[in-house]
Design a binder for this molecule. Structure first.
Ligand SMILES: [Zn+2]
Length: 212
C-alpha cells in the first residue's frame, strides 16, 4: 500500500501556503493508479489551490514492484560518496534489483525497462554499443544523452538519442542483440551485483566495460 505524508508548500507564483499529500512509498502491484501518475509525470506536478499555477515538484520516495522484484529509490540529491544508509539496506531476497535514481525521467525509464522484462544493466551496456554505432554512422549527430523508451502499447522498445538542441533520433532495440549482450556479460554482471541499492547508469556501464 502507498504511504502518504502531508507537507506544507507555498505556491511559487502567488505564495499561497497549502498542505499537499505526497507519497513516501508506492507499491506497483496495489497502487496501479499511482504508478500511472508517475509514468505521465502528474505525480511530480504541483497545482496551486489558489491560483491553479502548475509547477514541477519532486520529492524522495520508494517505488516497490514486488511482482518484478524491483525497488527503486528516487532520491534527487543522492550523493553516493556520502551514503551510509541506502547502500546498507539489505535486499528482501537475493533476486531483487535495488536501484537509486536521481530524476523523475530516470525513474520512469527504469520502470519501463523492468516492466518490459529487461535487465537495466544489459540495457545500459546496449546503450554504449548503440552510441558507438551512432557516432560511426551519423557523426554529425552529437548525442547529449540516450534513454530507453517503449511505444504506447508496450510492444516495441527503442533508444531515444537527444542532442544538445533537444532534437531526438530514434533507433529500435534489436532483441537478438540484447540477448547477445546479455549472454556475453551475464556471468560478470552477477559477479558484480551489490547486495543493496546501487546506481545503474552510463557511468556504471563504462566502468563495467573498462574493468575486465
Ligand atoms: Zn498559487
Amino acid at each position: 500500500m502507498a504511504e502518504k505524508i502531508e507537507i506544507t508548500i507555498s505556491c511559487p507564483k502567488c505564495n499561497f501556503s497549502q498542505t499537499k499529500n505526497i507519497y513516501k512509498s508506492i507499491n506497483a502491484s496495489t497502487d496501479g493508479e499511482i504508478k500511472d501518475l508517475i509514468l505521465n509525470r502528474e505525480l511530480f506536478t504541483f497545482t496551486c489551490d489558489n491560483c491553479d499555477h502548475k509547477a514541477l515538484i519532486d520529492y524522495d520516495f520508494l517505488y516497490h514492484d514486488p511482482e518484478n522484484k524491483v525497488m527503486i529509490y528516487f532520491l534527487k540529491d543522492y550523493d553516493e560518496k556520502e551514503d551510509n544508509l541506502y547502500r546498507n539496506i539489505p535486499k528482501p531476497s537475493e533476486d531483487y534489483k535495488m536501484r537509486i535514481v536521481k530524476s523523475a525521467s530516470d525513474l520512469i525509464e527504469k520502470i519501463k525497462i523492468f516492466d518490459m522484462g529487461f535487465d537495466d544493466r544489459v540495457i545500459e551496456l546496449c546503450k554504449l554499443f548503440y552510441l558507438g554505432n551512432m557516432r560511426e554512422t551519423n557523426p554529425e549527430f552529437i548525442t547529449d544523452h540516450i534513454y530507453y523508451d517503449t511505444d504506447k502499447n508496450l510492444v516495441n522498445s527503442v533508444f531515444v538519442f537527444m542532442n544538445k538542441e533537444g532534437k531526438p533520433a530514434v533507433a529500435g532495440l534489436d532483441k537478438d542483440f540484447y540477448n547477445q549482450v546479455f549472454k556475453m556479460y551475464e556471468e560478470r554482471i552477477i559477479k558484480r551485483e551489490k547486495s543493496s541499492f546501487e546506481i545503474i547508469d552510463k557511468t556504471w556501464a563504462e566502468s563495467f566495460i573498462n574493468k575486465k
